[in-house]
Design a protein around this ligand. Sequence first.
Ligand code: GRG
Length: 300
Amino acid sequence: MDKPMHDLRQYLADRRRLVDAALDRYSAGPDWPPRLAEAMRYSLLAGGKRLRPILVIAAAELFGLTANDVMPTACALEMIHTYSLIHDDLPCMDDDDLRRGRPTCHKVYGEAMAVLAGDALLTQAFAVMAEQAFVERVGPERALRAVAEVARAAGAAGMVGGQVEDLEWEGRRAGETQLRRIHSLKTGALFRAAVRAGGLLAGAADADLERLDRYAAQFGLAFQIWDDVLDVAGDAAKTGKGVGRDAKQQKSTYVSLYGLDEARRRAREAAAEACDALSVYGENGWVLRSLAEYVVDRES
Ligand code: GRG
């Protein structure tokens, strides 16, 4: 029998459309100050690859749910990711002018409003995951486990902790062990939470969650190495953010440690390991596997 044809590009376009429509609905409230809502939506609806929500969806689909079944959690991950970008771009952090191809949130709305837009996105993420209709549909136990997973990944033991370690290493050259640790917390934790939450909501067994976790850890590593490659070899018109900033800030990156070619090779190796983790699912795992291949081939 012929191998089925899978079209990741089409899949991404379809799921992004669903995610964008849901984000539009979730980022408005009748009693929200209009300027705050505008700043939140400015950053949230500015495009972006929507990788984290798509990982939630793809993992849930692998175990029989649909995109709409897990949309609140998928959108929550994107809101938390966007809040982290808004805060990371602030002058007190990375001080960036450009994000997702447009001026950063604080450049348009001022620093105070950018801080508050990030705060409100983070809070809204948890409000959306706690919506009664969603909790009743997936069941309170699964809903709560997914919330706990996301909270842990976003907080002091995950993304925020990683950002703190990153700040503490500023001006010093971190070695490979430290670099891996910073990135596994700062960016990897949210990817793992996305994939695991998708599996949890769909009732995946512990052995499946372990496979998803191995996949997500390697996916996050591949993503991060490739992000460092793009900072050196990418095109700002495609990445939508400044390039060459890591070298300017004298940051340790996978490229500064290994050089460009070796960094590319390691990114592809990590993507291949991510794919291996899901081999037991055969054809059913094609989306997650193709996503891992995509992150080390992307231009943005
Ligand atoms: C400020 C609490 C706090 C945390 C910040 C994740 C993070 C921690 C900062 C982001 C800094 C950064 C640019 C890291 C590189 C990896 C990364 C997260 C890139 C952006 O993610 P993409 O490529 O972006 O998924 P899009 O725009 O496509 O969503």
